[in-house]
Design a protein around this ligand. Structure first.
Ligand code: ADP
Ligand code: MG
Length: 279
């Protein structure tokens, strides 16, 4: 169980994340939605300690994550893998080496400087690449791959860390719908089949609805929605995305886009909407 309590981050006078509390049971697939600037990335980055919280607690199975230092912090980052909108692969390195980078935290320093990996680690990398359907490209340079392929390699790199939590910051925001669906299907299989907790910032509401067990909606640093996707109706979407907006304004933000196989939902119906929110 991951528990976040009163988590806050200020940048000067700006409160990017404002007194946020929630608990994520192990094995949940949680989607976080909200407008650009709502604090989604800052929240994820605090959870794996890429960003230092200003205040609040992060607790994982009794461990005080916000207080970890040195080796304990490195172990936490290994357990809590992260993928990004821009993939963050090393462009000039081949796919296999990029994936093996996910094993660096398991290496003694000398070996990691030389990028020496054991046969078992190489085998793990290859098996993991098979899982994301990227074995045909093992020796290709990362910068020769499409966005969708790069994200699948980034997922493989995260998986070889053997994490317990996977944090995904807008993992499909740069992808076409078909590649996006493929990446989301992989994330869901990691969640369902491996029992890894997945926390995913998303800018498409229909994706969050289709894939997540639970949705948190953030606005100006605060959590203003935290419930089952079914509960996310038009009114709630308006609260999350539009300040004092009319329906016309919400329509400007919400234009329908769907993943293959997911039918669009009419936003004007009371059951909620299918929509893409610019980030
Ligand atoms: N390193 C930083 N320095 C100053 N302000 C930042 C920094 N990172 C984020 N912010 C600000 O914090 C707010 C939340 O940003 P972010 O977490 O990136 O939101 P989101 O991911 O929801 O778009 C924004 O107003 C952003 O400009
Ligand atoms: Mg962001």
């Amino acid at each position: 169980m991951l528990k976040v309590e009163g988590l806050t981050k200020t940048f000067g006078t700006l409160t990017a994340v404002d007194n946020v509390s929630f608990e994520v049971p192990t094995g949940q697939m949680l989607g976080i939605i909200g407008r650009s600037g709502a604090g989604k990335s800052t929240l994820l980055r605090m959870i794996n300690r890429l960003t230092e919280p200003t205040a609040g607690r992060i607790d994982y199975d009794g461990r005080d994550v916000a207080a970890l230092k040195g080796r304990a912090l490195r172990l936490w980052r290994r357990e809590c893998a992260m993928i990004f909108q821009q993939f963050n692969l090393v462009p000039r390195l081949d796919v296999l080496t990029n994936v093996l980078m996910g094993r660096l935290s398991y290496q003694p320093t000398a070996r990691s400087l030389l990028k020496l990996f054991t046969p078992e680690e190489r085998a793990l990398a290859v098996i993991t690449l098979e899982r994301v359907e990227m074995t045909s490209a093992v020796l290709q340079r990362a910068d020769q791959l499409s966005g969708g392929q790069q994200q699948r390699v980034a997922i493989a790199r995260a998986l070889v860390q053997e994490p317990r939590i996977l944090l995904a910051d807008e993992p499909i925001a740069s992808l076409d719908p078909r590649s996006a669906a493929r990446v989301m299907d992989i994330l869901r299989s990691i969640n369902r089949d491996d029992g890894i907790t997945v926390i995913c910032n998303l800018h498409t509401i229909d994706t969050a609805r289709a894939y997540c067990d639970r949705i948190i909606g953030m606005r100006t640093g605060r959590v203003i929605f935290d419930d089952h996707p079914k509960v996310l109706d038009h009114e709630r979407i308006r609260e999350i995305y539009v300040a004092d907006g009319s329906d016309d304004e919400i329509d400007e933000y919400i234009t329908s886009t769907t993943l293959p196989g997911i039918p669009p939902i009419d936003l004007r119906s009371t059951s909620g909407g299918s929509n893409r929110i610019p980030t």
